[in-house]
Design a protein around this ligand. Sequence first.
Ligand code: PGA
Length: 258
Amino acid sequence: MTQKKKLIVGNWKMNGSLQFNAQLLQALCDGMGQPDCAVAVAVPAPYLAQVQSLVAGGAIALAAQDVSQHEAGAFTGEVSAGMLRDFGTRYVLVGHSERRQYHGETDAGVAAKAQRALAAGITPIVCVGETLAEREAGQTQAVVKRQLAAVIHANGHCISEIVVAYEPVWAIGTGRTATPEQAQEVHAVLRAQLAAATEHADRVPLLYGGSMNAANAAQLLTQQDIDGGLVGGASLKAADFSQIIAAASANQASAATK
Ligand code: PGA
């Protein structure tokens, strides 16, 4: 089987400015060279146009951080999938834990967002993950399976077109990373759940997110079911993000020679 390329996505969250973005992307392009993995940056909506033009023709794809579950209309403040498509958006995060936690997003709403993205030809990156309390209560698998099940239910026929990001909430922005074994264990559960829904489950990139950094990326990326990373804090530093991209590219190269 040919090894699919790893996918590294930077999540800038609510950070950036016109000047900062331009400097970061310039430094990133200089630092990463020609990566042997897919790379994207998820930017705040007002910067889609700027980043679209800065990355045009290069190796970095454009991603958004959220999309409305509605097509159009009286939804003040929302951004539709069609609008994202107008700016050449390739991926969109849906159901990030910060959206679930601070903006009351439900499993059904996240599933509807994934549906809107797919209908517009944009790949949804569906984020799932348990809180610390849920992990300690032994509910990790039940929680991530419930979150993914909603998306599978709503998107059955094109479920192999999504990306899934496993992000344990207790590891996001805390400097506390899941061990490669802890992450792999959950990724295997997600892969099995996808396999029950589609014969193309191995096509679905399963990303790990939660304090991924230059020091721990290589080890996480060697795990069998970890196909890439969703990187928050470290994606705002060109040197760190370039090193994560290099780790993903090296992993690709070593897999190819096996
Ligand atoms: P972090 O964020 O890498 O800063 O932990 C990851 C994310 O929230 O996507």
